[in-house]
Design a protein around this ligand. Structure first.
Ligand code: SAH
Length: 459
């Protein structure tokens, strides 16, 4: 008999990518095989995002588009997962999408996996493995006081393991920025056990993964929800001892929690990449107050100066929202000046989108017209692109360490420690190799270079 097939569609943040890998691993363990096209699948999982209206529209559109498929093949199982569903799936969802069989909270595919396992008679087996069946987010979040999560077993994580993988270390978020829907959809902040994370890291490395990115909505709050020890710095020190793991990253940081212990760990540990993602969100103190971010522009600038002092050559990435309620032209220019003056290494730009249930949607007027949001977005994009061109031009002639993640249009593609994308030619299979590349050409978003030497190690 042919094995059953699954297809996973993912949009949104890195946490969703990690969650989808987890679902894939669970389905692999049940004997399912991944397929590219949803028409060929017996199980379809849509892993959703609602951070902005545009993402939500895509989720609704994609979910609706599967209606015809379900009519043609009623046996196909459709699961809608993630932030569109939220930690407490509303009964309304079933009415809105009668063709969907499972509604799965973020990071928790247990009801799907248990049902499929029961169907194939592997339920008993499954229970003896510490898999999703015991990884119940809501229950543990409400009944267990301490660190609660069982390990997520990335049982096989694709047929061929990726070079770089994500591991969630803090679920949910308790910060409640006024614009953000994530806390209500992903629930309260909850750190995972250090030993589970380390075991999972070792597992992935054993399968061939070379770079791990630890994830959390506010990753530097790792451990803070249960007393602060062990914390993210401890995790970085511990993970650095894992043989065969070459690179470690973590994201996303919050300016108030990215403390000196963490920065010191990045500075000291050679495996931890000098790459910090720390969003400012706005370059004006009143807007930051309205967003309830908890810091000022001056404090953010001091933090950037400190990162650069403690971690020479660090790449610093930020996020900025334009058109937050009440953002005047003058206040917007604060965001412009921040990008112009700080010359950061990446800026994720977003136009403000009111989200249901958030403080800003309930109590503030979305008064910056769409055209104006677009203009502000474009203005910052053009500015940042110019900065990146200049910064990348300065790299020409330098030799940089690149971890090769795959191929693209006949070239090898990898990233530097500072998260820059580099392409180069080589006749042999370079996947998963750590190489030195001399940079020869540049654009704002990637570099091209010539292969110099393979510096892959065994430790
Ligand atoms: N917890 C992480 C990621 C949040 S979502 C953090 O704090 O950085 C990723 C980005 O989406 C945010 O940093 C923010 O810039 C943007 N974002 C969140 N809510 C938004 C909204 N309502 N409208 C527009 N952009 C939003």
């Amino acid at each position: 008999m042919n094995s059953k097939k699954y297809h996973i569609w993912t949009i949104g943040c890195q946490m969703n990518v990690a969650d989808s890998n987890h679902v894939a691993a669970e389905l692999d363990a049940l004997g399912y095989e991944p397929v590219e096209r949803d028409e060929e699948a017996d199980v379809i999982v849509l892993n959703s995002c609602v951070v902005r209206q545009s993402a939500e529209d895509k989720v609704v559109g994609h979910t609706q588009s599967l209606k015809a498929l379900k009519r043609r093949r009623p046996g196909v199982k459709i699961a809608l997962m993630g932030c569109f569903v939220g930690i407490h799936p509303s009964p309304e969802l079933q009415k809105q999408f009668p063709h969907v069989d499972f509604f799965l909270p973020p990071s928790d595919p247990s009801s799907l996996i248990t049902a499929l396992a029961a169907e194939s008679g592997t339920a008993k087996q499954l229970e003896t493995q510490t898999t999703t069946a015991r990884h119940r987010l809501q229950d543990e979040a409400t009944t267990t006081p301490g660190p609660a999560y069982q390990s997520i077993r990335h049982l096989s994580l694709y047929r061929e393991p990726p070079v770089a993988a994500y591991i969630p270390i803090v679920y949910g978020c308790s910060h409640a920025c006024t614009y953000c829907i994530i806390p209500s959809r992903r629930g309260a902040e909850k750190s995972r056990r250090l030993n589970d994370i380390l075991a999972e890291t070792r597992d992935l490395v054993r399968q061939g993964v070379r770079e791990i990115t630890y994830l959390g909505q506010i990753v530097d709050r790792y451990g803070k929800d249960w007393g602060g020890s062990p914390d993210l710095a401890d995790l970085l020190y511990e993970a650095s001892h894992i043989p065969g793991l070459w690179r470690i990253r973590f994201l996303t940081s919050h300016p108030n929690y990215l403390d000196d212990r963490i920065l010191q760990a990045v500075a000291e540990l050679t495996k931890v990449c000098e790459h910090i993602e720390v969003p400012i969100q706005a370059g004006d103190d009143e807007v930051l107050r309205n967003m309830r971010r908890g810091y000022t522009v001056a404090e953010y600038k001091q933090l950037v100066a400190k990162i650069r002092r403690m971690i020479p050559g660090a790449a610093i990435h930020t996020d900025i929202i334009v058109g937050f309620p009440g953002e005047s032209e003058t206040q917007f220019m604060g965001s412009y000046r921040i990008l112009r003056d700080l010359r950061l290494d990446k800026a994720h730009l977003a136009r403000y989108s009111p989200r249901p249930g958030t403080v800003s949607a309930r109590t503030m007027t979305d008064d910056v017209p769409d055209d104006e949001k677009r203009r502000r977005h474009q203005t910052l994009e053009t500015l940042q692109e110019g900065i990146l061109r200049q910064k990348n031009a300065a790299l020409v002639g330098q030799t940089m360490e690149v971890l090769v993640e795959g191929q693209h249009k006949g070239k090898w593609r990898g990233r530097t420690r500072t998260d820059k994308i580099v392409f180069f030619h080589h006749p042999q299979d370079m996947q998963g190799r750590l190489v030195q590349v001399r940079i020869e050409k540049y654009g704002p978003y990637s570099l091209q270079g010539e292969f110099m030497e393979d510096v892959s190690t065994t430790t």
